[in-house]
Write a protein that binds this ligand. Structure first.
Ligand code: ADP
Ligand code: RBF
Ligand code: MG
Length: 384
């Protein structure tokens, strides 16, 4: 009965087409914009610290530039800033990475013949340039619309309504996927279903207008909208492109064995905060190598460590083995091969602990599958 309830509850309005935002939804544009702003503000002796993030995400370039010029009290005209920004950005377009799950989503919808549109506030020309570096993207979209091709950009609904018109479908059968508040507002004003994937951490409470808020594109469950489900989940896990991280084990600042009863071997965040920024907060698993001991199954969280409210993203690997001792200072190497779930807030310590143990069992089982077990032999785990 409980199961039945949750299925009907989670079933949303059925749709036929998907309209995607580009910057912050499919592409990690913010990283590159941050680079540009660092250089530009540096010229005036100012330091970009990312705090204007919320003011520029989802805005037109002019609005974003105005906010920066005003906030930092720059002597320059907004137009001068925009021009600099524009020329510098052009040289950076090839460096913008696809966000986790973006390629997977585009390929999946294309393979299942679900019509897709791309609707972005950026000018058409920059959209074309940015997506040209990503194989197969351009041809996957039946419609591409830039902010310069409509009278009013997001938060107004026009760009989405025009996209629906060009897709030849009613606005009510479109699903919008958006990272920004103006984008979500535009989608709802267009009478569409909207999934929000906030690109700024800890902002999800602001997205109340959206029909669903998810942590990353990895957490999309398209069947809720009547679209073909992803078929790549295996036994509660999603295979990802394997990646590595390592260093000496340090004394951590989590609640670890003291409070949770689950030891987590922390690594210093120094030197790999950029790498962690690329990965959505959540639970992952893989193999852990300890130089003098061996290779072990491992489940870990990547997160903001909600309890301590730290500024840096951290990882907390739990090696699925009884050591009966500490191993501070030893070199720990991780190969991360799969994803389990997004980071969540738990109402009680008991429910968090129970969930982490469940994550552990899922990882333990999955790592025996050939798909994941082959990575146990990765030379990275044993090198020193
Ligand atoms: P800390 O505050 O250092 O993070 P924890 O209570 O989380 O303290 O314990 C982590 C330490 O426990 C690790 O650094 C490691 O030395 C040790 N340890 C023992 N068993 C394990 C395990 N199975 N997985 C991870 N760390 C373990
Ligand atoms: N803490 C959370 O608050 N939410 C989580 O979803 C969460 N998932 C975790 C999953 C694993 C596999 C591990 C090892 C820890 C997890 N934690 C989670 C604990 C978190 O990393 C951190 O230790 C505490 O939140 C700090 O108080
Ligand atoms: Mg720890």
């Amino acid at each position: 009965m409980a199961e039945k309830m949750s299925i009907t509850e989670s079933l949303k309005k059925l749709v036929r087409c998907v309209i995607l935002d580009l910057d912050g939804t499919l592409l990690n544009t913010d990283g590159v914009i941050g680079e540009v702003l660092k250089v530009f503000l540096g010229k005036y002796g100012k330091q970009w610290d990312g705090r204007e993030g919320p003011k520029i995400v989802g805005k037109t370039p002019f609005e974003a530039a105005s906010a920066i010029v005003e906030d930092y009290g720059l002597p320059q005209q907004v137009n001068f800033f925009l021009e600099f920004h524009h020329f510098f950005l052009i040289s950076m377009w090839c460096n913008i990475k696809a966000l986790p799950g973006a390629n997977r989503l585009i390929k999946h919808l294309r393979n299942h013949g679900v019509p897709m549109a791309l609707a972005s506030n950026s000018p058409r020309e920059s959209i074309e340039a940015k997506i040209s570096y990503h194989d197969g993207w351009k041809n996957s979209f039946s419609v591409i619309l830039g902010g310069d091709e409509v009278r009013t950009g997001k938060p107004f609904p026009e760009i989405f309504l025009e996209a629906a018109k060009r897709l030849n479908v009613d606005h009510s059968s479109c699903l919008v996927i958006e990272d920004s508040l103006p984008g979500v507002a535009a989608g709802k004003a267009a009478g569409m279903e909207v999934i929000a994937v906030p690109s700024l951490p800890k902002q999800s409470h602001l997205y109340t207008a959206a029909d669903e808020v998810i942590n990353s594109l990895l957490d999309l469950h398209l069947e809720k909208w009547g679209l073909p489900p992803f078929e790549d989940w295996v036994e509660g896990t999603l295979p990802i492109d394997p990646w590595c991280i390592g260093g000496p084990v340090i004394k951590g600042f989590g609640r670890g064995s003291k409070v949770l009863g689950i030891p987590t071997a922390n690594l210093s965040t120094e030197g790999y905060s950029d790498l962690l920024m690329e990965h959505p907060a959540g639970v992952y698993f893989g193999w852990a190598g300890l130089s003098a001991r061996g290779v072990y199954k491992m489940v870990m969280s990547i997160g903001w460590n909600p309890y301590f409210n730290n500024k840096e993203k951290t990882i907390e690997p739990w090696l699925l083995h009884d050591f009966n001792e500490d191993f501070y200072g030893e070199e720990l190497r991780l190969v991360i091969v799969g994803y389990i779930r997004p980071e969540a807030n738990f109402p009680s310590l008991e429910s968090l602990v129970a969930k982490i143990h469940e994550d552990g069992r899922i990882a333990e089982r999955a790592l025996d599958l050939p798909l994941y077990s082959s990575h146990k032999n990765d030379p990275y785990l044993r090198s020193t």
